[in-house]
Unconditional design. Structure first.
Length: 269
């Protein structure tokens, strides 16, 4: 998403596609989008994100098995099998966890898997596709996403994403469901018509929405507006900051003048 200018600096250009995470990053703070996607500054995942990745891998492999094999003992076997992949990754090693902290990480992941078993019986899930990559032009916007699970419930196709964080309050449910509604719109554009889209907050609750033309049109219009705003920023090479509480967990706060001010740090002259 960047080209190198004659003076060696990076100049922005439009990406080939946009994902829900990239769109969300730009909406929250265009400057952060530039740091991440143009300047390509490191944005290493923290412990919560890596814990989510670990749990997702366990559930992905578990749901690939025959229904009769999707039981807790097998989930433990899967967890042991995927652990070396996680523990040897560069992102995990960067956390610099000692032996006790790594043990706590594994237990936290297993508790989330146990919570999953309390929410549904995986043997009853009729999986169409796990980790389905989907691409589509939505209102002219090149969109790409990876869906945790596409399944069939009765006669309906259902889009399901797992979440390991805290479930939102009712006020923010609509905002959180935008991601899976975009996935539903992309599937529909490829010839599959989902009936519902849902988020499973492991250990908490599931929130879901009926997929309707009105609902998908709303989120697609919002995506198109973000894409147009991104285009304006790229053309002008202007990516304003939107400072606030989010600066406290932004990986670029210390290189961003407004971020440094939010953190109470001095700004270099």
């Amino acid at each position: 998403m960047a080209a190198e200018a004659p003076d060696g600096t990076s100049t922005p250009r439009m990406p080939r596609y946009i994902s829900p995470s990239a769109a969300g990053t730009f909406r929250r703070c265009p400057a952060r989008w530039r740091y991440r996607y143009v300047d390509r500054l490191p944005d290493p995942p923290g412990r919560p994100a890596l814990l989510g990745t670990f749990v997702h891998r366990i559930l992905e492999e578990l749901l690939e098995l025959e229904p009769a094999l999707r039981h807790p003992d097998m989930a433990r076997t899967v967890a042991r099998r995927v652990w070396p992949e996680m523990s040897s990754s560069a992102d995990f090693l960067a956390l610099e966890l000692d032996e006790g902290e790594q043990r706590r990480f594994r237990w936290d992941g297993w508790h989330l898997v146990e919570a999953y078993f309390r929410m549904e019986d995986p043997a009853a899930v009729r999986v169409v596709k796990n980790e389905q990559r989907v691409r589509a032009a939505l209102a002219g916007v090149p969109f790409m996403g990876i869906i945790d699970r596409v399944e069939r419930v009765g006669d309906e196709i259902v889009v399901t994403d797992y979440k390991t964080g805290k479930a939102p309050t009712a006020r923010f449910e609509g905002e959180r469901l935008e991601q899976v509604l975009l996935y539903a719109a992309a599937l529909a554009a490829n010839g599959s018509e989902p009936g519902r889209a849902r988020l499973m907050y492991l250990g908490n609750r599931t929130i879901e929405v009926e997929v309707s033309d009105e609902g998908t049109s709303r989120v697609v219009e919002a995506l198109a507006a973000t894409w147009a705003e991104l285009g304006d920023s790229v053309e002008a090479d202007e990516f304003p900051t939107r400072p606030g509480r989010q600066c406290g967990w932004c990986p670029y706060a210390e290189v961003c003048p407004d971020g440094r001010l939010q953190l109470g740090l001095s700004v270099p002259a």
